[in-house]
Design a protein. Structure first.
Length: 237
């Protein structure tokens, strides 16, 4: 009886830790896919002090760094890397799906014609390939910088590792994705402006997500009884 109770408690404990992990990973993957689907459209965003010219795909993208920071804080580097690699596989699947859809002609009366499909997705292959390279490098860098700052601050000053890791990795991400997409299509000055606008906008978003990082930290520590800087001891290690 005691053995059965122990097994049940272990299972329930593992499930309690697993559910938030899966929710965060799902939000991460959803934001990643959506930002690539929106990336062909460029927009202006007026924040009062500056008008940013950015891809619409940048709107959900900061959410991916918030998710990896939360995962890094409570699940550790290894399990956060699992999510990053999974996202890369998902992008491969999206790329393959777009390619396969383009191979088949649209039927008469199709809501989306071949020309409309081509107009929307003609540049998607290059954009997604650029995003995949930038994404993998920047996200893995973000995870490692997060844990570096966590080590430097001895688990204190959450805002330092949250913002410090994201701002640096977002710069790398922006340079790679904008550089790959526009290096032979725009003048260097235009490419540089896109990089600066994209990165500065991401920096602002990173600063704005700090309260959400602290809210998640408060919930995890209260829910699982963790001390400052402590990670979850997942039985499935």
């Amino acid at each position: 009886m005691n053995s059965y109770k122990s097994v049940r408690e272990t299972r329930e404990s593992t499930q309690a830790v697993l559910v938030p992990y899966l929710i965060l990973a799902s939000l991460f993957t959803a934001a990643l896919v959506v930002c690539n689907l929106l990336s062909n459209k460029f927009i202006e965003i007026d924040l009062g002090f500056k008008v940013f010219v950015v891809s619409a795909g940048i709107l959900p993208y900061p959410l991916t760094f918030l998710m990896t920071d939360i995962l890094s804080e409570f699940y550790g580097k290894k399990k956060t890397d699992y999510v990053v690699y999974t996202g890369f596989v998902v992008l491969l699947f999206v790329l393959l799906s777009i390619y396969l859809a383009g191979l088949f002609p649209a039927i008469a009366g199709s809501p989306m014609t071949d020309s409309a499909f081509g107009e929307v997705f003609s540049n998607s292959t290059r954009i997604i390939l650029a995003s995949m390279v930038a994404y993998l490098v920047a996200q893995l860098l973000d995870v490692r910088l997060f844990h570096f700052w966590k080590w430097v601050t001895k688990g204190k000053h959450l805002w330092v590792r949250n913002n410090g890791s994201t701002m640096i990795s977002q710069l790398v991400d922006t340079i790679l994705v904008v550089g790959i997409i526009f290096y032979d299509r725009e003048e260097p000055s235009v490419v540089l402006q896109y990089i600066l606008d994209g990165w500065l906008f991401k920096v602002v978003m990173a600063a704005l997500d700090t309260p959400f990082m602290y809210a998640a930290s408060w919930w995890f520590r209260k829910r699982f009884g963790l001390s400052e800087g402590e990670e979850l001891d997942w039985a499935s290690e």
